[in-house]
Write a protein that binds this ligand. Structure first.
Ligand SMILES: O=C(O)CCC(=O)C(=O)O
Length: 291
């Protein structure tokens, strides 16, 4: 659980870096293994389609993924994502809901920390994403660089939910590889409680974003995070990411939770009970049912 000082810091800043929460080998490596299998399938398919001539076998996940980005100029954002898109979903729309991701969503250490903020009845919120961000210099010309693959624009997470849903959404963001200033870690505008929902405009890339003039007079705090660390983000805390100007991918997950008596704010997708102290039998424990 978080201690009182950490909770206060979260409330004052609007975000909190909690270091060394997850065991990288036990918890994050299984995710890389799952994504390695996915990448294998992708590469096989691309070779069969003639979009790739080399399989880049023998490279680790990050290096191989980087080579595939470079060779194809495609981002495969939906292929790797754990969430369906909001529009144009068909039977064939790809997404990935493997057991390692499910186990992470239900990880007891994560849920203990989330419980410190939103209480013991916790639903996994379906607004959550995998982001595998290629180096900026591998983007093909004219490619749509949404926040799933490019720099994420300034926004508050509450802005993606209906304004009247009242959901006490909390974001748990975690790097699968270390995130730093070079490969596009997150940055924040401090003052969690002071912010109401800022009127977002429609940006060219991701749709909703806070207009530049609203944030340009505030000094953002850049927050690198290492494998195993997590970042808690209050739904009203303005944040964005830096661009990935390194030579390798930046791989992260942003999971979300809300008190389970509240609406998820995205009712078209199912959510599930990740923790219930009142009724533990209601917790979902089967990754296949989640899928
Ligand atoms: O990972 C990123 O680049 C952005 C994450 C983010 O903005 C979020 O989780 O709300």
């Amino acid at each position: 659980m978080l201690n009182e000082a950490q909770i206060k810091t979260y409330q004052n800043q609007g975000y909190l870096l909690v270091e060394k929460v997850l065991d990288p080998v036990e918890t994050l490596d299984p995710i890389i293994s799952e994504y390695t299998i996915l990448l294998d399938d992708l590469v096989r398919g691309l070779i069969a389609e003639g979009k790739l001539t080399e399989s880049f076998e023998g490279l680790d996940f990050r290096a191989r993924m980087t080579e595939v980005f470079k060779a194809t100029g495609e981002t495969f954002a939906q292929y790797f994502n754990l969430c369906l898109p909001l529009v144009n979903v068909s039977k064939d729309t790809p997404f990935w809901t493997g057991p390692a991701i499910f186990n992470l969503i239900c990880n007891a250490k994560l849920l203990n920390i989330v419980e410190s903020i939103i209480g013991p009845e916790i639903a996994s919120n379906p607004v959550q994403y995998v982001r595998i961000k290629p180096p900026q210099n591998t983007f093909a010309k004219g490619m749509r660089k949404s926040g799933l693959v490019g720099k994420t624009p300034w926004h508050q997470d509450a802005a993606v939910l209906p304004p009247d849903c009242g959901t006490e959404l909390i974001t748990v963001w975690m790097p699968i590889n270390d995130a730093d200033e070079l490969n596009g870690c997150l940055q924040f505008i401090e003052g969690g409680k002071e912010h109401d929902l800022i009127k977002h405009g429609f940006g060219p890339v991701d749709g909703l974003e806070i207009p530049q003039e609203v944030v340009s007079n505030r000094e953002p705090v850049v927050v690198p995070a290492k494998r195993g660390d997590i970042l808690l983000i209050h739904r009203n805390c303005p944040h964005s990411s830096l661009p990935n100007v390194s030579n390798e991918i930046r791989f992260s997950l942003d999971l979300r939770y809300n008190p389970s008596h509240q609406s998820s704010g995205r009712e078209i997708f199912p959510n599930f009970i990740a923790r219930s102290r009142k009724n533990p039998a209601s917790e979902l424990r089967d990754p296949e049912k989640w899928t």
